[in-house]
Design a protein around this ligand. Sequence first.
Ligand SMILES: C[S@@+](CC[C@H](N)C(=O)[O-])C[C@H]1O[C@@H](n2cnc3c(N)ncnc32)[C@H](O)[C@@H]1O
Length: 317
Amino acid sequence: MSELREFVRTLLEEKGLKLGEKDISRIVEDLKRWVPKRGKDLLVKTRDGSYTLISSRYGEPYHSITAGAVTECLYKFVVPSRILEKARSYKKIKILDVGFGLGYNTAVALTEVRRVSEDVEVEVVALDINIPERIPPLPEPYRKIHEEILKDLPSYEGKNLKVRLLLGDARETVKLLSGFGADAVFHDPFSPLRNPELWTADFLRLVKEAMSEEGVWVSYTSALPVRKALLDLGFKVGASRPVGRRRGGTVASLKGDVPPLPSKEMEKLRSSPYSVPFRDPELSWEPMRILAEYRISVFLREISSGEGTKLYQDKQR
Ligand SMILES: C[S@@+](CC[C@H](N)C(=O)[O-])C[C@H]1O[C@@H](n2cnc3c(N)ncnc32)[C@H](O)[C@@H]1O
């Protein structure tokens, strides 16, 4: 019997659940697709001419290839986060960048903020477990600040600007940021089914503690477990304008305004068996454990709603 099958069996036993072999196979087949791979990252040109890497470990690009890397930074993160509006009227703005990666979101945001205001003070705290050794440069006008920040990592100081990268598992480092008061959060891990540990209700609760009440959380994902977790945490949840794919990303805020969620998407969020948050109560579960627990709760919800099982579609960027 495969290790994965054994693992699912043990989890089911712990929960006192008895499933048939066919149902166990379905869960195992879903989980198999999420096992990380080894190899080298690949350099690719994206639709707007900027470059990104495809992570071999996660089997996914760092940025949307179909939207374009810079376009994604601008329209899925910087613009919907409303920091450009805040840069015009606030004395200081704080950004939390979850998943620094190639540093594109941070560099694009800082360049755009400076176009709006020379004077606003900016503090960025970025989290990442491991950044690639060779990072492709950004095109102008983003290249200069990007290069400067990368050269000085883990911290950079410029005129009215501080950037700090906290290296380590974000589930640990985010605990240092309670009360930080982020005006914007760029939530940009790999997709929920590849990188589930940074999309759990438990992790998002800590992100919430690092935000101001007017702060805006943005992400490229429209995944139901993530939106449901945000709703349960008391966020207003909306959608950003679609870029490079059919559905928009997610915008959430406790007290700030968010663009409305299309009614079809709201309905799905209310009624789909997939609309259940990922959990990681000790903030230390292996990704596969988080996914297996999720898959089992979806399975049970499907049974109780009489929907029957279907395989989860892996919605990447
Ligand atoms: C899609 S990339 C981020 C791209 C980045 N925002 C940019 O603009 O270049 C996702 C990042 O999340 C990081 N990551 C994944 N799991 C993590 C964890 N548990 N803790 C901290 N960072 C993590 C990865 O190392 C990767 O750099």
